[in-house]
Design a protein around this ligand. Structure first.
Ligand SMILES: *Cc1c(COP(=O)(O)O)cnc(C)c1O
Length: 467
């Protein structure tokens, strides 16, 4: 076992012992050893888990996936011995309080006055956005909800779920919401809420939040910012020099609601999203009365301001512990980790620009780089096939595989392409690990070499045929 893992396992064992010493005040339920069948099941699990990509390895730079920080893992595992439920203060008094504390810190990161907002954790970004759009619909039931063509696909689906009319706003050439198009929409369709993306899932683009906030004021619309992916980058907008769009970062505090996913850039295991409302009085829409949830205190319970009922107290505990260990600060703490990923993306993008057979498709705005194998005169279909060959070759290299992702984009984004084909498949890399910074330039060399070797399909293979 790696030295680091072994040390964390010992730390977990210590934490478990401390929990047991607390538990020893009550009768213990059993002292039996695990059965053969139970142990066998666990060993079958680890066999089955081999069917995964190496998300934790620095050579994995594909999707927005990585294992949680060990401190989050240990905190989560230890808390699960108790398994508190954050739907009510009595379901998990300690973890409900931790949830409040982490919400205050996340609110502060976005520039809100933490005591003035209403926020809570959710099982993920989709649920968090669902809550934000539900409030949007409750406040303006007759008006549509506008989101960018670059927005996460769940926004249009959530509008369907809510029975709200969703309208799409086109993007500019950098993958950001187009402001002229938004203004036309605001004038003609009168959306009650505009959804801006701070870090799009596909290309990591940062919508111009300040200008969107100005337009929302002018046309009397609310602003929801979906920062599920990019939210924690707000930290590095505060660094000197700032590593991302400062104007968009500073405008986050003008949002009526913001969503961020600690299970993406907050080092957490899945099951941890977050929504924050600038106006705490929207809590009135959550009002419900149930005879079976045990409300024993006069204080507001988390379950009274969340759509979900049972929620993982372990998720709150893991986030709280992580933020104690790795604070939400621009320098040091989480800021340094995000800065490293951002710098990796800048190095990577520069190297792409220098490689003769690669081209950037979008400017890298966070830690996601979208690029394509390039040769003058190629069309979309040939570029897509070339992309897929490069992707597969890199991933299946026996010596040192490199794991990237692919993405379909509008062919207009690759202005060098010969006419034909509305969409083109290109390469995408999410450089979300600090270790990527030292490796980014080497990655591009490897990719450029693979692109050279894979320029033409292997003999005997028609385009589109599998190798
Ligand atoms: C990931 C993501 C979502 C969806 O969040 P889940 O946690 O996957 O449910 C929504 N919006 C954006 C911008 C995202 O990146």
């Amino acid at each position: 076992m790696s030295i680091r893992r072994a040390a964390w396992l010992r730390a977990l064992a210590d934490a478990v012992e401390r929990i047991e010493s607390w538990e020893s005040r009550w009768p213990v339920s059993d002292e039996e050893n695990p059965s053969e069948g139970e142990l066998q099941a666990l060993s079958e699990l680890t066999d089955r888990l081999r069917d995964n990509y190496p998300f934790g390895s620095p050579s994995y730079a594909g999707q927005m996936l990585k294992p949680p920080h060990p401190v989050a893992w240990a905190a989560y595992a230890a808390t699960t011995l108790i398994n508190p439920n954050n739907h009510a203060l009595d379901g998990g008094p300690a973890t409900a309080q931790m949830e409040r504390e982490v919400i205050a810190e996340i609110a502060t990161m976005f520039g809100f006055e933490p005591s003035a907002v209403l926020g809570h954790l959710t099982s993920g970004g989709t649920m968090a956005n669902l809550e934000a759009l539900w409030i949007a619909r409750e406040l303006h039931p007759e008006r549509p909800i506008a989101y960018g063509a670059n927005a996460h696909y769940t926004h249009s689906r959530v509008c369907g779920v809510l029975g709200a009319r969703g309208i799409e706003v086109p993007c500019d050439g950098d993958g950001r919401m187009d402001l002229d198009a938004l203004e036309r929409r605001l004038r003609h369709d009168r959306p009650g809420t505009v959804v801006a993306s701070f870090g799009t899932t596909g290309v990591g683009a940062l919508d111009p939040v300040r200008e969107i906030a100005d337009l929302c004021v002018r046309y009397d619309a609310r602003l929801h910012v979906d920062a599920a992916y990019g939210g924690f980058f707000a930290l590095i907008g505060e660094r000197e020099p700032a590593l991302i769009d400062v104007s968009a970062t500073k405008a986050l505090r003008r949002a009526d609601s913001v969503v961020v996913d600690p299970h993406k850039h907050g080092l957490q295991p899945y099951g941890c999203g977050c929504v924050i409302f600038a106006d705490p009085t929207v809590g009135r829409f959550y009002k419900h009365d149930s005879p079976y949830t045990y409300f024993s205190s006069a204080e507001l319970h988390p379950g009274e301001v969340t759509l979900e009922c049972s929620r993982s107290g372990s998720a709150a505990a893991a986030l709280w512990t992580t933020m104690r260990a790795i604070p939400l600060t621009p320098n040091g703490g989480l800021g340094d980790m995000l800065a490293a990923g951002r710098q990796a993306a800048l190095v990577f993008a520069d190297a792409i620009a220098d490689a003769p057979n690669l081209r950037l498709v979008y400017e890298a705005q966070t830690d996601i780089v979208v690029f394509a194998p390039y040769e003058e005169g190629l069309d979309a279909a040939a570029t897509s096939e070339w992309t897929k060959r490069v992707f597969r070759t890199l991933m299946t290299d026996a010596q040192s595989p490199l794991f990237l992702a692919t993405i379909r984009v509008d062919s207009a984004a690759c202005e060098w392409l010969r006419e034909g084909g509305k969409e083109v498949t290109v390469l995408r890399s999410v450089l979300m690990k600090p270790e990527h910074r030292a490796r980014a330039a080497g990655f591009v060399e490897t990719i450029s070499r693979a692109a050279g070797a894979q320029r033409t399909p292997p003999a005997g293979h028609e385009p589109g045929a599998s190798p």
